[in-house]
Design a protein around this ligand. Sequence first.
Ligand SMILES: Cc1cc2nc3c(=O)[nH]c(=O)nc-3n(C[C@H](O)[C@H](O)[C@H](O)COP(=O)(O)OP(=O)(O)OC[C@H]3O[C@@H](n4cnc5c(N)ncnc54)[C@H](O)[C@@H]3O)c2cc1C
Ligand code: FES
Length: 425
Amino acid sequence: MTTVTLALIILAAILAQVAVVMLSGLYRRKRQCRDLDEAIQGAENISKPSTPTGSAAESFTDNPHRDGFKEFVVQRREIEDGNNSICSFYLVPADGKPLASFRPGQFLTFKLQIEDPRNRELKSVVRCYSLSDAPRPDYYRVSIKRIPAPVDQPDVPAGLSSSFFHDHVQQGSRLLVKAPSGHFHLMDDEPLPIVLIGGGIGITPMLSMLNTVLESGIKREIWLYYGVCNGNEHIMKTHLQTLARTHDNFHLHVCYSAPNDNDVAGIDYQHNGQVAIPLLRNTIKLMRYQFYICGPRAMMESLVPGLEDWGVDSRDIYYESFGPASLIKHEKVAQTATATQPITVTFSRSGKSIPWDVSADSLLAFAEANDIDVASGCRAGSCGACQTPVKSGELDYNQEPDADIVPGYCLLCISTPKSDLTLDA
Ligand SMILES: Cc1cc2nc3c(=O)[nH]c(=O)nc-3n(C[C@H](O)[C@H](O)[C@H](O)COP(=O)(O)OP(=O)(O)OC[C@H]3O[C@@H](n4cnc5c(N)ncnc54)[C@H](O)[C@@H]3O)c2cc1C
Ligand code: FES
């Protein structure tokens, strides 16, 4: 055999090896995509109606007098933390029909009748709560934190809805609930590794995403950064630790900002401090992930821009705020404040035309400050309760609305006027 022939044989062998590696890589990638599709499909099917009686989502609207709300019964309730301040409620449909499907990360909207502590009159209160478990065929779960009065205002009433849930909602209670909704949910178009970041009660949508991905059996890498004060606030500790022990693709990082004396580093929690960019940089390699964030305002304000500064594409960052949106608001307020033209907002039914106050956070806050009677619920663009017809003029949204808006209407809680505006309120 000549040297040339030998060289050709070696070259052919190398090329064949490269081809095999490439083909098996392609196959693995295709399989990953197929597994993910199957997993998401499975999660959806699990909660889709099994009877041919029409979709479960339709069953939410079959009583037009209840604005899409349907009656649910509380099957059980369970305290989740050492402070007794977070309680999970398991809900089943009162009519026994199948549950509407949902995507992990979405929320339920509740309409409650609660006695107003100030005048003892019953009032309708609308609030949203994230689904805190993977889609199941038999129940929805929400986990609700009791919200006390602010420390600097101990005389104002404690949180209406959360106190009502903790103090009055028991096994067998009936509640009006709207079908799951929300744009903040697990994205399944690309099987990228996932980083979930939950601060305090912001862990709830992350639990739903985490449980769904791990139960599906797909090997998608998933990190959870969970920030709380200490062990008394740490919910689902055993569940999370068991998942971390039994799934190689799940990486749990619990951060205590003020650990108690009996909280053990390395066992109860992994990091002393808050979830912050340096921690992320030290624990994950910079590559493409999907980041999902939900937590208190300060955490969101530092993490979302911090990730972008680190080089994360903003399209890979998904976040949800449980309260009035704050992230983009500052820019909007600043923009409005520098506008040269004064803006007038007219509330036609109330017969009031009022100069826009540039320091107002939203049209909802502005209307309330001027004694205009407007409905509200979540104050975060999620529930749709503040939806109001716009007769003329333009407005800006401070964030992407989660509620679906009827054409010609606006969500007062997350918008500010761009020009003179007339609202049918
Ligand atoms: C999409 C979404 C998902 C959510 N998911 C969850 C979840 O999974 N779990 C969860 O626990 N929460 C969740 N929330 C938050 C939840 O919807 C409520 O906002 C929360 O429970 C507080 O509602 P509340 O009625 O108890 O408090 P509110 O009655 O709205 O009061 C809020 C605070 O204001 C104070 N207050 C009352 N009156 C005054 C006054 N006059 N002046 C000053 N302060 C006053 C209260 O004392 C309280 O501290 C979610 C919110 C959204 C938008
Ligand atoms: S109050 Fe819920 S969308 Fe505005």
